[in-house]
Design a protein around this ligand. Structure first.
Ligand SMILES: *Cc1c(COP(=O)(O)O)cnc(C)c1O
Length: 407
């Protein structure tokens, strides 16, 4: 009798060697080299299959290679991919109308990465502060929250309180005081006549799936209105159906003054981000004030349009809510002693592991061996954020593996 040989990892190893030799070491990924993917499943270069429970941090809300999005890509690639904004293209106008209607906003400014979207919102708020609110030159302040994540540019890491995100990257951009996340009274104390904006994630994603206390967003909205401060919602990770509503601010009936979208807006294909607001706020821009070579390109617009049609056509917000409830009930029923808390909304879920049971990264490794891909957020939190198209059978697959490693 022969024992079954362990599956070969030869191709994986070749790729890991290349990356180790030639790539900057700014990530420490799990050693899984993906070659092919469809829906919620990916296959690595050695033929092993995994269920994707990260969805590229919500950029894959529709799953991998969603047919409606792929056909929009193919159609657009066969016609026109790039013009720059020096000329118009026939996808841009329809994209602008459709995204404004989806978000209930007057105007949109398209960019590419999420960090660019955040930078754009900050520039918008500052310009609004000077031109409309009447703040004295160079005095504008935008209040941000502790434990935030808004991207990696120098200005954006200027208001991070994670030392590693800032270490070695100064000098930083001034004008971004921090207040504790979840504390509306602290926000009110921090507002001054120079405050032009309040930047907030409705649920902190990278910070560890932190859901603020009930009523927090609504109270902050009231304070912003009262003091004439722009409420700037970073819904790059929480938006577009992830939390069981089209936008996470809707859970508290809040409408932001500036809305930042990214990740899923690109349909799992392209980096597409956007900032939306009212005529009064977005009206501060004149030609030449701000821009991007690739922002609003026809391929991005076509992909984003297909993504928006899929969101509404497949009722993905309702789906995320139903599947999230199902998952949390099953997870709670496990009664794992290693789990301190299960939290989140819709399919943006965090399982906090008790420190005495090791850090979350260890469990991500165990899950990957068993065919489930996920990634820790903060040190102790396993993030469960599969594509919103996931069904109960696939969730059960993940739950069975979670039970194995957490019991
Ligand atoms: C991912 C993320 C960003 C940054 O997006 P990039 O496309 O990586 O630049 C900003 N804000 C939030 C809340 C995010 O989750």
């Amino acid at each position: 009798m022969t024992t079954a040989a362990a599956p070969s990892r030869a191709r994986t190893q070749e790729h890991l060697t290349l990356v180790d030799r030639f790539s900057a070491r700014n990530y420490a990924p799990l050693p899984v080299v993906v070659a092919h993917a469809e829906g919620c499943w990916v296959t690595d270069v050695d033929g092993k299959r995994y269920l994707d429970c990260l969805s590229a941090y919500s950029a894959l809300n529709f799953g991998h290679r969603h047919p409606a999005i792929m056909s929009a890509v193919a159609e657009q690639c066969g016609r026109l991919t790039l013009t720059s904004r020096a000329f118009q293209n026939d996808q841009f106008g329809p994209f602008c109308e459709e995204i404004c209607r989806l978000c209930g906003m007057d105007r949109v400014l398209p960019m590419n990465s999420g960090a660019e979207g955040v930078e754009t919102a900050l520039k918008t708020a500052r310009k609004w502060g000077y031109k409309v609110k009447g703040v004295a030159a160079d005095q504008a302040e935008i209040i941000c929250c502790t434990n935030n994540f808004h991207g990696r540019t120098i200005t954006v890491v200027s208001f991070s309180d994670d030392p590693q995100y800032r270490d070695g990257f100064g000098p930083f951009t001034p004008g971004f005081p921090l207040v504790p996340y979840g504390d509306a009274a602290a926000l009110e104390r921090a507002i001054t006549p120079n405050t032009v904006g309040f930047l907030v994630e409705p649920i902190q994603g990278e910070g560890g799936i932190v859901v603020p206390p009930a009523g927090y967003l609504r109270r902050c909205r009231e304070l912003c209105t009262k003091h004439r401060v722009l409420f700037i919602a970073d819904e790059i990770q929480t938006g577009l159906a992830r939390t069981g509503r089209m936008f996470a601010c809707e859970h508290e009936g809040v409408k932001p003054d500036l809305l930042i979208l990214g990740k899923a807006l690109g349909g799992g294909v392209m980096p597409v981000s956007a900032v939306l607001g009212s005529n009064e706020v977005m009206g501060v821009f004149n030609p030449g004030d701000h821009g991007s070579t690739f922002g609003g390109n026809p391929l991005s617009c076509a992909v984003a349009r297909a993504a928006m049609r899929t969101l509404t056509g497949e009722r993905l917000a309702e789906r995320a809510a139903a599947m999230g409830t199902y998952f949390v009930e099953k997870m709670r029923a496990l009664r794992s002693a290693k789990v301190r808390e299960i939290r989140g909304r819709g399919l943006l879920l965090g399982i906090e592991i008790g420190e005495e049971h090791g850090d979350a990264h260890h469990y991500c490794e165990l899950l990957a061996e068993r065919g489930v891909l996920c990634k820790e957020t903060a040190k102790q939190v396993l993030r469960i954020a599969p594509p919103l198209i996931i069904d109960k059978d696939d969730l059960d697959f993940a739950l069975e593996r979670l039970a194995e490693v957490l019991m």
